[in-house]
Design a protein. Structure first.
Lengths: 358, 358
């Protein structure tokens, strides 16, 4: 972001705006607060792709406007034979409420049992998976989540037609005491997001090679012709994206190409159009070996390893999660959430809409 | 492999050869059998990079020839407060013995508790991680392993100097009843293996761009000048490779650039030069939701999802693990293990060496 276009808003104003916007759409106060908290976390960490503006856009396309979410839905717990694993039916509840509860429950199970898993069926978009795992890593845990994305936009490696979601994976590790921030490995399994392709189209730019296929399944560098995204690293990204679809097959997902095809009319009761989530937390005591070279403590060992990786001429390397942490630091320094000028205009637009609608 | 260069050997001959070769190097019968089993699995699945020839090469470089392994070492179990997680000290035992035991123990824990984790310190190379997770997936489990590779050959994204291993990840899923084979997502986190670069050098070929850096940390396409591998997909592959180094930081690993620097002389007791392993098995009952669209069974749901991904013009897509499964099928048809002519010559050489040495 160019510095001259950085605009500040207070956290309080932003939280209230997000809360009001979702309450105004018929959601309950608690679930709207959970959404506001997620949007705040995204803004704090500079995740422009999954902030409040995106959240409302998703709700337009897949949520309250089309019957894709169920305001005030209660999450049901299905029976599970294992104390380490819970199975939830989110009943189309707003995603962040489910995500925050799930990562919390995983930590509780991990405290008792070393590891906790929550799988979630009939789940609506949880926006930024990184937020949930970061919350757990800040409290000292190893955390992981994957989910199926709402739309099938990615062609399998060697294929022509989009049949997988952009299916992200997010890991966060409790490195804050040593590095000052949690390591966060967090990305979608496509080369590029569809939103970025649309942005390049607006700017009259070409796509890099190997990013997208056209209607006929042929490679294209014309953003206007892009109909399918390609997975990153060929079969490697495809394999990672496929994992989410297969976890979904067990959890309760339906055909990827039908996911997100939500209107009340084409969504009879026996069909399923929503996502699945997988959350896992491991307690650090479950994997801390305790025997480190040179008699180091765990913290000293971790620091030495990271220094080794960033040594030998690698001092300019950015660790995963470092950019997000720097943005959070900048947010603290500035004393408010940072948006672009265009984003701020949209936020003001949302505010005006609320004045009118409320 | 060109068909005219395919050579067959019997499983029995190969197993005996592997067993004798390792016993001849001072290893015990049981651990040599575990190694032979691993080499057989690699050969069955067409994993030329981690077969018996590679195993002996690794033992030359890092094993019995230089004091890197401890023949007949006993694996110690460290105390753990959680019944879901065991912590082992492999004491430099031959890797496959440790890997086979670990995946077995993970399954036992998963049967009781839904999930089982074994982390392993002071671990020697386990060769092909895919073998262990495949074994668990064939028995109905979700299995995952990662490890630190013996040498630091990969530069971090944005860096110049190799400071991470090729650090593989391996997932296998119990899809055999539906697809005929387990899905296997299994690869290193570098763009290309160092062995492949050396092969291109022998053949006088250039490297593709973005695969390697030279001594000064600059990109090179000359295989003779390649000193560092690059991670796949830029920061994404780097993040995945870094995860293994950080898991290792907790488990008990030492500096990545010192790993594998094994000679008796430079390996005092307080130093640590070996790898770490992470194994995890999830019982399918821990994540099976049970509610599928159209009243499908789990198997029908899985089949429908895979058909959706391979439909719409994607029929030529190879699923992860499919090539390995086809090679295993070819092995069955031919009634023996398939090697190249050059590999068979090496195996005969190993056999002759044994005649002489035994």
């Amino acid at each position: 972001m160019r510095k001259d276009s950085m605009k500040l808003v207070t956290k309080e104003w932003h939280f209230q705006l997000a809360l009001n916007a979702f309450v105004n759409r018929g959601y309950g106060k608690a679930e709207s607060e959970d959404m506001a908290r997620l949007c705040e976390e995204a803004a704090v960490h500079g995740i422009h792709s999954h902030n409040l503006i995106k959240a409302l856009h998703l709700d337009d396309l897949f949520g309250s406007r089309v019957g894709g979410t169920r305001p005030n839905a209660e999450v049901l717990k299905r029976p599970s034979r294992f104390a380490t694993a819970e199975k939830w039916d989110a009943q189309a509840k707003l995603g962040p409420s489910v995500g925050w509860s799930a990562i919390e429950r995983c930590m509780e199970m991990a405290d008792k049992l070393g590891v906790g898993i929550v799988t979630i069926d009939n789940a609506w978009h949880y926006l930024w998976g990184g937020a949930y795992v970061l919350a757990a890593a800040r409290r000292g845990y190893f955390a992981y989540t994957n989910c199926t994305a709402m739309l099938a936009e990615v062609a399998p490696h060697g294929g022509k037609h989009p049949a997988l979601g952009t299916n992200p994976h997010s890991w966060a590790l409790p490195t804050e005491p040593v590095l000052g921030f949690p390591i966060l490995v967090d990305w979608a399994t496509s080369m590029m997001a569809m939103g970025r392709i649309q942005q390049l189209q607006r700017e009259g730019m070409e796509l890099p090679k190997g990013v997208a296929l056209d209607e006929q399944g042929e490679p294209t560098t014309d953003p206007a012709k892009a109909k399918a995204l390609l997975p990153f690293a060929r079969h490697k990204g495809f394999g990672l994206g496929l994992l989410n679809e297969l976890f979904a097959a067990w959890i309760g997902g339906n055909l990827p190409t039908q996911r997100g095809q939500i209107t009340r009319a084409i969504n009879p009761v026996q069909e399923k159009r929503l996502c699945t989530f997988f959350f896992q937390v491991i307690h650090p005591d479950a994997i801390t070996g305790g025997s480190y070279a040179q008699g180091r403590t765990l913290e000293e060992n971790l620091r030495s390893i990271v220094q080794d990786i960033k040594g030998h001429g690698n001092q300019d390397v950015l660790l995963p999660g470092e950019l997000e942490a720097r943005h959070a630091e900048l947010t603290r320094e500035k004393g408010g959430l940072i948006f672009t000028e265009a984003e701020l205009m949209e936020l003001r637009e949302i505010e005006r809409g609320l004045d009118y609608e409320l």
